[in-house]
Ligand binder design. Structure first.
Ligand SMILES: Cc1cc2nc3c(=O)[nH]c(=O)nc-3n(C[C@H](O)[C@H](O)[C@H](O)COP(=O)(O)OP(=O)(O)OC[C@H]3O[C@@H](n4cnc5c(N)ncnc54)[C@H](O)[C@@H]3O)c2cc1C
Ligand code: FES
Length: 358
């Protein structure tokens, strides 16, 4: 850290810049100057997939401020944008480029959700020069420092982003072991990173690549199919990311094997759970039978618009006061019956009657 950065991060400067904070002043002078916050300038927007009638996918290259501490392949960032002068909206996206270090450029690859605020803005409207706000890299869905001799990567759709970052990092580290990569896409035209994967397939690089399109007749993921591809797959360290049905199939195939790590882009479905009682939203005076879905979804179904960011329990922007009842965390299965407690409504599903201050 240079002397200037040390001074800018000192208590004396913080006191002088109070209450705005030193980063507000630095930002006015140069948006790429920051002492604490992380911001980034978009330097490139590259269309990866553009199939008429389907949401496009783009890779955005970001030059972060020097406050960026780097990332490990598989991690994600919270990315915030101000669209048309509205309040900043923050969502979570995985870094698709290989491991990065302090201040390095990196990429995120997003599908433009037609109903989504942030992804459609970034894919369809953002241009080089646009500034975005970032968190530091987060998440435990990463390769260990000592990479196992054989690694199995499984992904579907835009869930390819963390495993692609891993694959690229392994190539960069000239990993000498085996890598088996199984990816599911709707069709070859929907394949993200198609040219790079084609090159990997042609040159081998020690990567056993399987690009599958079940809608065109390729087999769906099943224990028998996995066993054919990778005999004894349950013992092979595996990283999987993709849509809920794929991840459910993967979990079913591995049972309780400890070799499997999964990353969710959306909370897992809440099937098989009892959905009794009523949910009351105290501030708005609305009440409805409990559907068993996370409280955020139940509130939205009644027309409420609570604040949210990641919808996955990561950013805490949906935190609300539960006044009564029991909720289950849909990611961990943990239940909590404490009264008057702060909960993240995006991952909290009521178990029976529940009252929330929304
Ligand atoms: C760890 C992690 C990593 C991720 N990595 C990637 C990635 O690499 N690439 C990628 O493309 N995606 C990724 N995602 C998914 C991405 O964060 C979400 O798809 C995100 O919602 C996109 O933001 P958005 O602004 O486009 O959509 P949002 O504005 O958040 O809208 C998303 C959806 O939320 C629902 N919704 C929003 N508002 C309402 C409402 N009022 N009522 C009812 N429903 C509503 C709608 O179904 C809408 O389609 C990741 C998610 C996680 C948790
Ligand atoms: S929306 Fe991010 S924690 Fe709930």
């Amino acid at each position: 850290m240079g002397l200037t950065a040390t001074i800018l991060r000192s208590r004396a400067v913080a006191a002088l810049a109070s209450p705005q904070g030193v980063d507000r002043y630095l930002e006015q002078v140069n948006p790429m100057w920051a002492a604490h916050e992380v911001r980034a300038r978009i330097v490139d927007v590259h269309r990866e997939v553009d199939v008429p009638g389907h949401p496009p996918v783009a890779t955005i290259t970001l030059q972060p401020t020097s406050t960026w501490r780097g990332h490990r392949a598989g991690q994600h960032v919270q990315l915030g944008v101000e669209v048309d002068g509205a309040r900043r909206a923050t969502r979570v996206f995985t870094i698709s480029s290989p491991d990065s270090r302090h201040g390095d450029r990196f990429t995120v690859t997003l599908r433009a959700n037609p109903d989504g605020v942030v992804s459609s803005y970034l894919v369809e409207r953002a241009t080089p020069g646009t500034m975005v706000h970032l968190s530091q890299a987060q998440g435990e869905f990463v390769l260990p420092d000592q990479v196992p001799e054989h690694v199995l990567l499984i992904s579907g759709g835009s869930g390819i982003t963390p495993v692609m970052s891993m694959l690229r990092s392994l190539q960069r580290r000239t990993h000498r072991g085996r890598v088996t990569f199984v990816h599911y896409a709707r069709s070859p035209e929907h394949q993200i990173f198609a040219a790079e994967l084609d090159e990997i397939r042609r040159s081998g690089h020690g990567i056993d690549l399987h690009l599958l399109h079940p809608e065109l007749g390729d087999p769906n993921l099943s224990p028998a199919f996995l066993e054919r591809l990778v005999p004894g797959y349950r013992d092979v360290p595996t990283w999987a990311c993709g849509p809920a049905p794929l991840i459910e199939a993967v979990r079913g195939a591995y049972g309780d094997a400890e070799s499997l790590r999964v990353e969710y882009f959306q909370p897992p479905r809440t099937s098989g759970t009892s959905a009794e009682g009523d949910v009351a939203f105290a501030r708005s005076g609305l009440e409805a039978p409990n559907t068993g879905a996370p409280l955020l979804e139940q509130a939205e179904a009644l027309g409420l618009t609570p604040e949210y960011g990641c919808r996955m329990g990561i950013c805490f922007s949906c935190t609300s006061l539960k006044k009564a009842g029991t909720v289950r965390n849909v990611l961990t299965g943990e239940e909590s019956s404490d009264q008057e407690e702060e909960i993240r409504v995006c991952v909290s599903a009521p178990v029976g009657d529940c009252v929330v201050d929304l």
